[in-house]
Design a binder for this molecule. Structure first.
Ligand code: V07
Length: 257
C-alpha cells in the first residue's frame, strides 16, 4: 500500500514536470499497436483540408516512434492505411500514398542510427510502385537492425490477413506437405504478417472510436485496449506514457488477485 501511495506521488510530481508517469521498473509492453485515428476530423475542426490533418499526424508518428524507442519498446505497429481507406476521395488517397516516402526521406537516416528496423505489414499489391519502392528501400537498409521493430500497416486488413494465411495452409495440404489435423493456432500464427513479432500487449486507439476496425484481429485476442478521445495530431508522448502507466496498473491489479 505504501508502495502504491509512493507511486501516486511520483506520478503527481512527474505530471507537472512532464516526465513519464509510468513505472520504469515495471513491465514495459513489448509490443504496442496503434490505430492513428482522427486526422481528417482534426483538420475539419480547423477549417483546413483533410490532408493538412494527415501531414500533422505524421509529425505525431515521429514523436511516438522516438518515445517508444527511448523507453525500450521492442515492437511498435502503426495502422497507417487500411484496405477500407481506398474509398476516400482520389486526391486524399494520392496524398496519403506520398507520406511513406516523405516520412522516410526525413527520418530514415535517424532510424538507421537508432538501430530501428522498419517493416511493412499488408498487401503491397495495389499500392503505387513509388510507395512500395520507398518501403522496400527502408526495409532493405534496416534489415540488420536489432533495436525497435517499427511496423507500418499499409493496405492492411485483419480478415484478409487471416484468409491469406488459410490459403497458404490449404496449398500446403493440397501439395501433401501437411495434414489438416496438424494445423493449430501456432501454425496459423506463423502464416500471418506478424509472424516475427509477439502479439501486442497494448492497443492504443485515438479519436474516440471504441472498435478494432479490422486491425490485427487474430493478434489482439488477449491485448489490453486503451482508448482516448484525443485526435491523433494532438496525441503526445505524455499520453503515450499515460497509456503505458494504465497498462502497468492493470497488470498490477491482475497480479494482486
Ligand atoms: C500516414 C500520417 C499518420 C496518421 C495516419 C494516416 C496518415 C507515416 C507513414 C509511414 C508509412 C510507411 C513508412 C513510414 C511512414 C504513413 C500513410 C499515412 C499511408 F515506412 N504516417 N503515415 N503512411 N499518415
Amino acid at each position: 500500500m505504501l508502495d502504491r501511495i509512493g507511486q501516486m506521488m511520483v506520478r503527481k510530481a512527474n505530471q507537472s514536470e512532464q516526465r513519464p508517469v509510468f513505472d520504469k521498473a515495471g513491465e514495459i509492453p513489448r509490443h504496442i499497436a496503434v490505430i492513428m485515428d482522427g486526422n481528417g476530423r482534426w483538420a475539419q475542426k480547423r477549417n483546413l483540408p483533410r490532408i493538412v490533418g494527415h501531414r500533422s499526424g505524421m509529425q505525431t508518428v515521429k514523436e511516438i516512434v522516438k518515445a517508444a524507442d527511448s523507453i525500450g519498446v521492442q515492437t511498435l505497429t502503426m495502422y497507417a492505411f487500411s484496405t477500407e481507406n481506398w474509398k476516400r476521395p482520389r486526391e486524399e488517397v494520392d496524398y496519403l500514398m506520398k507520406l511513406p516516402q516523405e516520412f522516410l526521406s526525413t527520418e530514415l537516416e535517424e532510424l538507421i542510427e537508432r538501430n530501428v528496423r522498419v517493416r511493412m505489414l499488408g498487401d503491397p499489391q495495389g499500392l503505387p510502385p513509388h510507395t512500395v519502392e520507398a518501403m522496400n528501400i527502408a526495409e532493405e537498409r534496416t534489415r540488420q537492425n536489432t533495436g525497435l521493430q517499427l511496423n507500418f500497416a499499409l493496405n492492411y486488413g485483419g480478415r484478409t490477413e487471416i484468409v491469406k494465411a488459410v490459403q497458404d495452409l490449404a496449398r500446403k495440404v493440397q501439395a501433401g506437405m501437411l495434414k489438416p489435423e496438424e494445423i493449430d493456432e501456432a501454425m496459423l500464427t506463423q502464416h500471418l504478417y506478424t509472424r516475427d513479432f509477439p502479439d501486442p500487449d497494448l492497443l492504443i486507439r485515438t479519436s474516440g472510436e471504441i472498435r478494432l476496425s479490422n486491425f490485427m484481429l487474430w493478434q489482439l485476442a488477449y491485448t489490453e485496449l486503451w482508448f482516448t478521445d484525443v485526435l491523433w495530431p494532438d496525441f503526445t508522448k505524455e499520453l503515450f506514457f499515460e497509456a503505458i502507466a494504465e497498462y502497468q496498473s492493470r497488470a498490477r491489479r491482475y497480479g494482486a488477485v
